[in-house]
Design a protein around this ligand. Structure first.
Ligand code: AMP
Length: 500
């Protein structure tokens, strides 16, 4: 079979292609919602600002003013889109939901930006979604075959279609009808003319919390957004729970069969903000413990521990404290790198990392340096950082990853490259040390990660989903299975043609 024929066969069922030079892994999304408060859009903008780390590509707010819905969706950062003083005039009302986004399903154009809005028989509904549906393509195909017209390529729109088509009488029942057809990891917030609704997938893969702002309910992906708006943390929305908030208060529904929760362990490794408390655990404390355990598992004879900022900072601190070594900011991060800054010429592409990270020579020159990063995905960032630290005069460079080797892609809303591009899926630790040009390389063990989480690791009764490191996916992956089946069928046909 020719390579291009094979590539075409796979392409039909893969996500849209990316700029091949764009090595940045993608973030997922953040959601926020408030009900029955003054200046709901302004509060939502603040909440989204605190969730900016969960998606920097686009953002949107939908609100209801008692009569009408209003929606604004923009490419870019929350501050640029919603920082203006006239926000509550542009988007008036007492209830609102918002979304920050980096696409994990669907392309990057404005049609895919959320919240998505639909005018249903029963009234309007705005929906914001963090996560990824693993049976999205299958459902979409079925809906299209039945005559549905899609405005976007985002998996969230499927949920709106399923609600619209439900034959149940009441809105909440229709929503539940839709939820019972979707699979995957998700946290949803939805706004109707009467209600704010929050839903967490049956395993609680994606996070969602409930807060209280002077007696009014707030929903957010992370507690840092509650802190931002001055709301009190009430509790996590539980796995498989639907909270329905209206003038009568907060009602809790359980639309799914009861299951053991399996929240995503990568929220602690990389995604969540360190000042957030996710599923009852401080992200900062877990990351520091990851560093402590890393120091026990992979010690090194070095002069200084240096974090790869920002995400490597808590783990590097834990490592340094455990090992009794100095912790120094040997790399300084520039926080003002705009998304739109184009590197002047192709040849200067390597400057990319320096625009974001700069060596602090006074810390690095002549030293045996131990770098700590939170995780290594493709290794692109590590190659550049190690080179930069060597060029700044480090005598030795040792690298530690505060997460175990990432060997499996994610299908629940965290953007990761395919297995072929995951460094640790294709190389041994010794090979990785050579590729990254480090004097020694070390990863946290999976047991060590559980130790940091203060959780028992029992693969027979898992408490988290750790598929990145183990390949143990917590749900079936219907689209993937169908795509593989189709690709194999196409391959068989093509090889038959080639053989003939
Ligand atoms: P890489 O250069 O592909 O090895 O990416 C590793 C760097 O990206 C680390 O510094 C991580 O902090 C960060 N990272 C890890 N996972 C993700 C992700 N899914 N999205 C964005 N950045 C990530």
């Amino acid at each position: 079979m020719t390579l291009s024929a094979k590539a075409m066969a796979y392409d039909r069922w893969s996500p849209p292609p990316r700029d091949p030079d764009d090595d940045t892994p993608r973030l997922e999304c953040g959601v926020f919602g408030v009900f029955d408060v003054e200046a709901a859009s302004g509060l939502t903008a603040l909440g989204l600002h605190a969730l900016q780390h969960r998606g920097q590509e686009a953002c949107g707010i939908a609100c209801f003013d008692g009569q009408r819905f209003h929606t604004e969706r923009h490419m870019g950062h929350v501050g640029d889109a919603f920082g203006g003083g006239d926000l509550n005039e542009r988007l008036p009302g007492q209830s609102a939901i918002g979304h920050t986004r980096y696409s994990t399903a669907g392309g990057s154009f404005i049609r895919n930006v959320q919240p998505m809005f639909a005018d249903l028989e029963a009234g309007g509904i705005a929906l914001a979604h963090n996560g990824n549906l693993t049976n999205f393509l299958t459902l979409r195909e079925q809906l299209v075959a039945q005559g549905a017209i899609f405005q976007s390529t985002s998996d969230s729109e499927v949920i709106l279609h399923l609600i619209a088509r439900s034959r149940k009488a009441k809105f909440v029942e229709r929503f539940i009808d839709a939820l019972q057809q979707i699979e995957g990891g998700y946290a949803l917030v939805a706004l109707t003319n009467k209600k704010l609704i929050g839903v967490r997938d049956p395993l609680g893969i994606r996070p969602l919390v409930l807060g209280d702002l002077d007696g009014k309910a707030v929903l957010a992906s992370e507690t840092c957004a509650l802190d931002m708006v001055g709301a009190r943390f009430v509790r996590d929305v539980e796995h498989g729970e639907m909270v329905v908030i209206d003038q009568d208060g907060v009602q809790s529904l359980r639309p799914f069969p009861a299951m053991q929760a399996r929240p995503c362990i990568f929220e602690y490794v990389y995604f969540a903000r360190p000042d957030s408390v996710v599923n009852g655990r401080s992200v900062y404390e877990v990351r520091k413990r990851m560093g402590r355990r890393l120091a026990q598992e992979t010690p090194a004879d070095v002069d200084v521990v240096v974090p790869v900022p920002d995400s490597g900072v808590p783990a590097a601190l834990g490592f340094a404290q455990e090992a009794g070594l100095p912790f120094e900011m040997g790399i300084i991060r520039n926080h003002y790198v705009g998304r739109t800054f184009i590197e002047p010429t192709q040849g200067q592409r390597e400057l990319g990392v320096r625009m974001k990270l700069s060596p602090n020579r006074s810390v690095l020159a002549g030293k045996r340096v131990l770098l700590v990063d939170d995780s290594i995905v493709r290794g692109t960032n590590s190659v550049r950082v190690v080179r930069m630290v060597r060029e700044a005069g480090a005598k030795e460079v040792h690298l530690r990853s505060a997460s175990p080797p990432i060997q499996w892609p994610d299908y629940y809303g965290i953007d990761m490259p395919d297995r072929e591009k995951l460094l640790a899926a294709n190389h041994s630790v010794e090979e990785i040390a050579k590729i990254l040009n480090v004097d020694s390389m070390g990863y946290l063990s999976v047991d060590g990660l559980y130790w940091a989480m203060e959780a028992a690791r029992d693969p027979a009764n898992p408490q988290f989903t750790d598929h990145y490191f183990t390949g143990d996916y917590p749900t079936r992956l219907l689209d993937r299975e169908i795509a593989e089946g189709r690709n194999q069928a196409v391959e068989r046909q093509l090889s038959f043609l080639v053989d003939a």
